[in-house]
Design a protein around this ligand. Structure first.
Ligand code: ADP
Length: 462
């Protein structure tokens, strides 16, 4: 007990508790009293807030003392904020924390405890010290004659204090032993008091375990989210880069096949047939890579759109003109377009809008039997302009309709066609439409035809 360093640390704390607690008491009570007294003017509230910050600082100091002098294991006084907070919300949050008020109670209760511990330590320490020192004082008394008084108390035989081994000597030795016993008992008492106060500090100066666990769990979730987002981002970038890199070799194959297939080349029929297949598949591969690149860029938020005021009628006319030969010569279909008079301009990226319309019209042409009609119309709606692409084709089954814009989703009819698309066309349409701040919907009657509508934002007059 007497050689345990914690005994002395705890004793030091019990000694210090009184002057420290007195200082806290004076500071806090003065701060609170002045703050409350002046609370009707703003400065009073500021003083109250300052007092609170002050007592939280003192509590932090006390927590350190309790850890280093009492051996207490105390949880942190506050849980770190997930994100930086402004002063006012932080103040409200601090006011709502139970530990704020528990630490105030701790600092105030420390005052009476300090008086008590200081008194007990002082009395027991000086008493044991004086008792332990008695034999030393007696030896000094025997060794140095000058210390002896002139009047000798000769109470009886053997009780002569000058006699080294008389009853007086025995009494002195006994006193020393009692002193050591008292010192050991006091040390145990100080240790116990310090230990108990340390337990009290653990309860009053640390946040609740559940809050700490919650904060740790939240931090873990945030870290995992961050990791997942980074992994997702690098996956997207990989797809963007891979699709981009694929374009060059695909373009090169395409160019070489094209030059091999030039009419002036002497090729046997079989070679020419094989090369024609390679050419068609390379074209498919090229458009698949292009589609993937658009989707990957949309995912990685790298779709750079040039959204501005656009004349939708003009874009529709250009796209229809470009696709007219495909409709008429290859599919024997009528492709017509109409626009309402005085159609408002829309906010869109003209190239992307053309890509969207081309995708929708191509789908309509592919899904419409010979002799059918594909019509594109534009009209003004409330705050939007609606462009519809309708066909008199095979239509879409109701169970396919909600999934028609999913990536790689193809209807059974489309899968049955050998040279069907990849199922990315409408996914791209939806991504581009969304990126332009527009929306898309569709309805269809199987066997009768389908209508896809895109709703573009009208130009906002400046
Ligand atoms: P793809 O590139 O294969 O055409 P899309 O994403 O453009 O893929 O279309 C998805 C599915 O919807 C395809 O199976 C296609 O056949 C079908 N589809 C798209 N437009 C129409 C339409 N106008 N009429 C009937 N089916 C359509």
């Amino acid at each position: 007990m007497l050689i345990d360093p914690w005994t002395y640390r705890r004793m030091a704390y019990l000694f210090l508790a009184f002057p420290l607690a007195l200082t806290y008491f004076v500071l806090i009570v003065t701060g609170l009293a002045v703050g409350v007294g002046l609370s009707f003017i703003g400065v009073g509230l500021a003083i109250l807030a300052l007092t609170m910050m002050g007592w939280l600082l003192l509590a932090r100091f006390e927590r350190e003392l309790a850890i280093h002098l009492l051996g207490a294991r105390i949880r942190p006084l506050s849980v770190p904020d997930a994100e930086p907070m402004k002063p006012w919300p932080r103040l409200l949050k601090t006011l709502g924390e139970p530990v704020t008020w528990k630490s105030l109670a701790y600092l105030l209760i420390e005052f009476p405890f300090g008086i008590f511990s200081f008194t007990v330590v002082l009395v027991l320490f000086s008493l044991s010290l004086s008792l332990v020192l008695t034999p030393l004082a007696y030896l000094a008394y025997l060794a140095v004659p000058a210390l002896r008084p002139h009047v000798i108390f000769d109470i009886g035989p053997g009780f002569n204090v000058d006699h080294p081994f008389g009853i007086a000597f025995l009494l002195v030795v006994l006193t020393g032993i009692v002193g050591v016993g008292l010192a050991v008992a006091s040390a145990a008492l100080f240790n116990g008091m310090g230990w108990l106060w340390g337990r009290f500090a653990e309860q009053m100066l640390g946040v609740e375990e559940s809050k700490l666990q919650l904060a740790a769990a939240k931090a873990e979730v945030r870290a995992q989210q961050g990791r997942a987002e980074r992994a997702d981002q690098s996956r997207r970038e990989l797809i963007v880069n891979a699709s981009h890199e694929l374009r060059t070799p695909v373009a090169s194959i395409s160019a070489h096949v094209e030059s091999l297939l030039k009419p002036e080349r002497q090729l046997d029929d079989e070679t020419r047939r094989y090369l024609t297949v390679v050419e068609a598949e390379t074209e498919r591969l090229s458009s698949l890579v292009d589609d993937l690149l658009v989707l990957a860029r949309a995912d990685a938020d790298e779709l750079r759109l040039n959204i501005r005021s656009v004349d939708a009628t003009e874009v529709i006319a250009n796209v229809c003109d470009a696709l007219a030969p495909l409709a008429r010569q290859e599919r024997n279909l009528s492709l017509v377009h109409t626009s309402a008079r005085g159609l408002p301009r829309v906010m869109a990226d003209p190239d992307r809008l053309a890509q969207v319309l081309a995708n929708l019209i191509r789908n309509a042409l592919n899904s419409t039997p010979e002799g059918g009609l594909v019509s594109v119309a534009a009209e003004a709606a409330a705050n939007e302009v609606m462009i519809s692409v309708s066909d008199t084709g095979i239509g879409i089954e109701p169970e396919d309709l909600p999934r028609i814009c999913d990536r790689f989703y193809r209807t059974d009819e489309s899968r049955a066609r050998i040279s069907g698309g990849s199922g990315l066309g409408l996914a791209i349409v939806r991504d581009l439409v969304t990126a332009m701040g527009a929306r898309i919907d569709a309805d269809s009657t199987p066997g009768r035809g389908s209508t896809f509508r895109i709703w573009l934002r009208r130009e906002v007059p400046s």
